[in-house]
Design a binder for this molecule. Structure first.
Ligand SMILES: [Zn+2]
Length: 120
């Protein structure tokens, strides 16, 4: 079997591999990737898009790295969490409003009862 020629990694890939073990600067990440609109699931920092030979990946400042699937799944989970928090807030708010209205009705009824007793 003939020996295969040594594989030479592209410069940007070398830089990215080097970054996996350490934190990197925004300038470094800007040079090899594109700032995305996604935030890191772990630290909420900016994620940079890294296009590695057709494979899209995301990387943050503190060596957090994700595949597209992970980022999408995490964003979906956070959206769902936010929606549930909103639903819960609305239900609680409605319950409080209902309780306040019941208190008002009770107060009005008591005043009416008092008025009726007083005038009787
Ligand atoms: Zn992070």
């Amino acid at each position: 079997m003939p020996a295969s020629p040594p594989q030479v990694a592209p410069a940007d890939m070398k830089l990215e591999v080097g970054m996996a073990a350490m934190d990197s600067s925004e300038d470094e990440l800007d040079r090899i990737g594109k700032r995305s609109t996604f935030t890191c699931p772990e630290c909420r920092g900016t994620l940079w898009e890294m296009n590695e030979e057709g494979a899209l990946r995301f990387r943050g400042l503190v060596s957090h790295a994700y595949t597209v699937e992970t980022v999408v799944a995490e964003q979906s989970r956070r959206l769902e969490d936010a929606l549930w928090v909103d639903v819960e807030r609305r239900v609680v708010s409605r319950a409080e409003t209902g309780r306040e209205r019941a208190d008002e009705r009770r107060a009005v009824r008591e005043r009416m009862d008092a008025t009726i007793e007083y005038s009787a």
